[in-house]
Write a protein of this length. Structure first.
Length: 281
């Protein structure tokens, strides 16, 4: 169901929804016909403009949620700022997209509101494979040799580091972490391949590992974002731990992991995500 006082906007949104495989079952141009139209057509999703004569989109949304607390509303408006987003969250609106409407993004938001676990499950399915691909690209550039991966079916409760561990936080619709671990010897060989000389200090080696991890995570997140804009993934700065006694644990995330077999030595790579909020604002 589309709620918008502009006939042209309703037509444009309706065509966008139809092209995305949705059925438009009702339209309303103001509060006057909102509740009656909603009760008659019983839509799965309501798109709601903010600026309308009489009662605005926020007032209409409050009334609609009072009428049906399970109503799923997506604000579709040219207005979008911190204040309107905060108000939408307070009311209980499910999603928010700015005009002009990105059709693909709108359809993805609708799908994920109606099937809240599907995006997470897709991310779990694609995550490790995508991060392996990103690591492989970078190692192959350095060594001009292919990289093979040995999967670890599950990440155990703890893992003892080979010597250098990098942890990168992943921020997005579903947050997570990437763990990369390798020996000092492997890292030394990689530095020598990149700089065409032996490393001069341990700091130089640790800096290389941090940068490699950052690049791998960034490339992987970019690949995933291209597959689905709704992921909205980005990376946080890496944290590097240098000790052969380091134990890696992951109490809050299920980590999918693999070993990369490279000419420099084995590299452990683990990736995990947790379910995010259900609100698409």
């Amino acid at each position: 169901m589309i709620v918008d006082d502009s006939f042209f906007s309703r037509t444009l949104i309706a065509e966008t929804l139809r092209l995305g495989g949705c059925e438009v079952v009702g339209e309303a141009e103001s509060f006057d016909t909102l509740l009656e139209t909603y009760d008659n057509c019983q839509p799965d999703i309501v798109t709601m403009d903010i600026v309308m004569p009489g009662a605005d989109g926020f007032e209409c949304s409050r009334a609609l949620l009072l009428n049906d607390p399970s109503a799923k509303i997506i604000l579709v408006s040219s207005m979008k700022d911190e204040e309107t987003e905060a108000e939408a969250k307070r009311i209980g609106i499910a999603g928010y997209i700015q005009k002009p409407v990105d059709g693909e993004l709108l359809i993805n938001i609708i799908k994920n509101i109606l099937s809240p676990d599907s995006l997470y499950e897709q991310l779990i399915e694609l995550g490790l494979e995508t991060f392996n691909e990103a690591l492989s690209q970078n190692i192959t550039r350095m060594s001009k040799t292919p990289v093979s991966f040995v999967p670890m079916n599950t990440f155990e409760t703890q893992y003892v580091s080979q010597g250098i561990t990098t942890v990168i936080g992943i921020i997005g619709r579903h947050s997570g972490s990437m763990i990369m671990d390798l020996s000092v010897e492997t890292a030394d060989k990689m530095v020598e391949a990149l700089l065409r000389r032996p490393s001069k200090s341990r700091e130089e080696v640790l800096a290389m590992v941090a940068e490699l991890s950052n690049i791998v995570a960034g490339i992987a997140c970019s690949i995933l974002n291209k597959k689905d804009k709704a992921y909205s993934l980005r990376v946080s700065p890496p944290s590097v731990f240098y000790s052969t006694e380091t134990e890696i644990t992951s109490p809050n995330l299920k980590i999918n992991a693999s070993y990369a077999q490279t000419t420099f030595g084995p590299i452990f790579l683990g990736i995990g995500f947790k379910k995010g909020a259900t609100s698409w604002i």
